[in-house]
Design a protein around this ligand. Structure first.
Ligand SMILES: NC(=O)c1ccc[n+]([C@@H]2O[C@H](COP(=O)([O-])OP(=O)(O)OC[C@H]3O[C@@H](n4cnc5c(N)ncnc54)[C@H](OP(=O)(O)O)[C@@H]3O)[C@@H](O)[C@H]2O)c1
Length: 260
């Protein structure tokens, strides 16, 4: 297989790091994008020829163009864009700072859409390329206590699913990824926000490494989407039952300390 140039946003930890490692392990040239440069450099050090570190705050969509310019200068045309960087806010909706919610939307929605629209013309001209969007099961089964996050992942997933049918005639493929709980800093921080319950602790939870393996296979085999852990795939087919289960089993948010 020939080496591809892959951009992974949010490559400094969790799912993005596992994805970047998997692409590097199979010989691809990878542009690693995130804010924590030291983590990206630690990841890149074993692959000095093929890993390119670009420190960027993707919380500002205007920075998307600079990332693409730097990536092209380092490794040439981009074959695969992985829109993975994201943040989550978990807590009572009425107590969430609205500007923090808007900032979340800019990172989780505006920036991936900006990167995609900037890259599509050249992918269409070459009649090849893949866009991978890391959405969430929250797009299919929105979780109580994640108001802005649910909105962001539903928006990204909808844009991603609709784009596939539009660009496939140009030779461009789109993979929409729906992770359920997958071990990471984001996942453990979210769990901390809910009252401990049997249902929460027995929720099927995956690993970033296995998810990365499935995403690479979906790119190679031109599969439309990845749902992982696999058990959550049922949710797409039984939306009403899923809504009932999520409402019934999502634990209460822990109460915040009283303001003094
Ligand atoms: N883990 C799960 O259970 C789960 C489930 C469903 C969906 N997801 C999605 O999977 C993706 C990765 O999450 P994760 O679980 O791997 O969490 P994570 O370990 O917290 O990783 C988040 C990544 O996003 C990057 N990021 C955050 N803010 C950024 C900014 N302003 N500019 C550039 N990069 C930024 C972080 O890098 P820096 O901090 O270095 O910038 C980090 O590399 C997210 O889109 C998340 O919504 C995760």
């Amino acid at each position: 297989m020939t080496s591809s140039h892959v951009i992974v946003t949010g490559a400094s930890s969790g799912i993005g790091e596992a994805l970047a490692r998997a692409f590097l392990a199979r010989g691809d040239r990878v542009t690693l994008a995130a804010r924590r440069t030291s983590l990206l450099e630690a990841l890149a050090k074993d692959y000095p020829e093929r890993a390119f570190v670009h420190a960027v705050d993707l919380g500002k969509w205007a920075n998307a163009e600079g990332l693409l310019q730097a990536a092209r200068a380092a490794h040439g045309p981009v074959d695969v864009l992985v829109n993975n960087a994201g943040v989550q806010i978990v807590g009572p909706t009425e107590g969430t700072d609205f500007e923090a919610g808007v900032a979340l939307l800019e990172l989780n929605v505006h920036t991936p859409l900006r990167l995609t629209t900037l890259l599509l013309p050249e992918m269409i001209a070459r009649k090849s390329g893949t866009i991978v969007d890391v959405a969430s099961m929250a797009a299919i089964a929105p979780t109580p206590g994640m108001f802005f996050y649910n909105a962001s992942k539903a928006a990204l997933a909808a844009a991603s699913e609709g784009l596939r049918g539009e660009v496939r005639r140009h030779g461009v493929h789109v993979v929409t990824v729906y992770p359920g709980p997958v071990k990471s800093a984001m996942e453990s921080a979210a769990r901390e926000k809910y009252v401990a319950s049997k249902a929460a602790t027995s929720t099927p939870t995956g690993t970033p490494e296995k998810l990365a393996e499935l995403v690479l296979a979906a790119i190679d085999k031109k599969r439309p989407r990845v749902v992982y852990p696999k058990v959550y795939g049922m949710a797409r087919h039984f939306p009403n039952m899923t809504r009932w289960v999520v409402d019934a089993l999502t634990p209460e948010l822990k109460s915040l300390p009283e303001k003094t």
